[in-house]
Design a protein around this ligand. Structure first.
Ligand code: M6R
Length: 365
């Protein structure tokens, strides 16, 4: 059942190109409008929407953090992403002009379901992005977007996460075209980049050896830091969560600009820092962050896009992923980070598919 792989997690990491392809097929094609079967929101419905919430837990929440950037940029609507357990108890401002998007692999997570019900009761239009057909959330939402990742067995989410981001990307494109905030040509360009993602993810899987080597040298560490800006910050958050879950190493992710506001006090000789630097516009800012930590003795593993090999001058190890649309880089750059946490866990002898204290589906608060 593991198809020749040692663990479900590594099998599911390798299934990501197919999962992404399956999630796009039948929905986007060049020269055609986006087709979303169970999403009925119209141009008129959208005209009255003045606020979007994306609400979820754990990894699904981090997919939502990326979704905020994509929807705001493409559809020009203000988006707030929140963790479901906070959202449900904070008396959020919801009315019939609110679009609520909940994201859940299982479609059963207790806090996310409670947030969905709260939004529905307050008159919001509720959309769910889920991987499980007929799940409670799929039954209760107004609109459903199924990720076609296939069953995810490993407790640590990988293929569900990348398909959640792709779902949010497609949704952003759909909303943007309905609202007319991007042109047909811009839409086509974005689609082209989306359709090229499976191959780029496949390519990112090739970095196994370098990552394995870095893991074998660093698995004994107690703490690690992850830095990024913009969507790279969201990737850093998810990369740190994966490392915590799988290898029980304390990992913290920060927005690069926050470094000086506290976290830099924790950097000392030999502290490993993972830097995600795929964003052209703020690449130099990340290089400054790298200098700030290496001056204090940090060992940096950097992830950048091809063409930015100059980063090697400032770091201990660097890995490159293929270039894509700046909003789509998380789908590709998370792959080496998933592999990193997998190999760190293997080195430490941890139970990769069933990390301690965790359950696949959290159906109680
Ligand atoms: O089924 P859901 O997507 O609602 O689950 C949400 C989280 O419990 C889940 O993503 C969790 O954080 C994973 N263990 C992450 O790898």
């Amino acid at each position: 059942e593991k198809g020749g792989y040692e663990h479900f997690m590594i099998k599911e990491i390798h299934e990501q190109p197919k999962a992404i392809r399956d999630t796009m097929t039948s929905r986007i094609a060049l020269g055609e409008d986006v087709k979303l079967d169970n999403i009925e929101i119209t141009k008129e419905d959208l005209e009255k929407i003045n606020k979007v919430y994306i609400v979820a837990c754990g990894t699904a929440y981090y997919a939502g953090v990326v979704g905020k950037y994509v929807i705001e940029k493409m559809a020009k609507i203000s988006v707030e992403t929140d963790v479901a357990s906070e959202f449900r108890y904070r008396d959020p401002l919801i009315d019939e002009n609110t679009l609520m998007i909940v994201v859940s692999q299982s479609g059963e997570t207790a806090d996310t379901l409670a947030a969905l019900r709260l939004a529905k009761k307050s008159g919001a239009r509720v959309m769910v992005i889920t991987n499980v057909v007929g799940s409670t959330m799929a039954r209760e939402a107004d609109d459903v977007f199924y990720t076609w990742a296939g069953p995810e067995i490993a407790v640590a989410s990988t293929k569900a996460y990348v398909t959640q981001m792709v779902a949010l990307d497609i949704l952003a494109l759909h909303l943007a075209r309905l609202k007319g905030t991007i042109t047909k040509e811009e839409g086509e360009e974005f689609k082209k980049e989306l359709l090229a993602l499976p191959e780029k993810v496949e390519d990112a899987l090739k970095h196994k050896e370098v990552i394995q080597k870095f893991a074998s040298k660093n698995y004994h560490v107690k703490d690690m830091f992850f830095l990024g800006r913009g969507v790279d910050h969201a990737v850093a958050l998810e990369g740190a969560l994966k490392l915590k879950e799988l290898s029980y190493i304390h990992a913290e992710a920060y927005a690069g600009g926050e470094l000086k506001h506290g976290p830099i006090a924790l950097i000392e000789d030999g502290t490993p820092v993972v830097v995600v630097a795929t964003q052209e516009k703020i690449f130099d800012k990340m290089v400054s962050n790298i200098k700030e930590v290496t001056t204090r003795g940090a060992k940096v593993l950097a992830f950048a896009t091809e063409g930015h090999e100059e980063i090697e001058k400032s770091v201990n190890s660097a890995l490159y992923v293929q270039k894509t649309h700046p909003l789509l880089t998380p789908v590709v750059s998370i792959v080496p980070l998933q592999l990193f946490s997998y190999y760190m866990a293997l080195e430490k002898g941890c139970d990769v598919d069933k990390p301690r204290n965790l359950a696949k589906s959290v159906t109680v608060e």
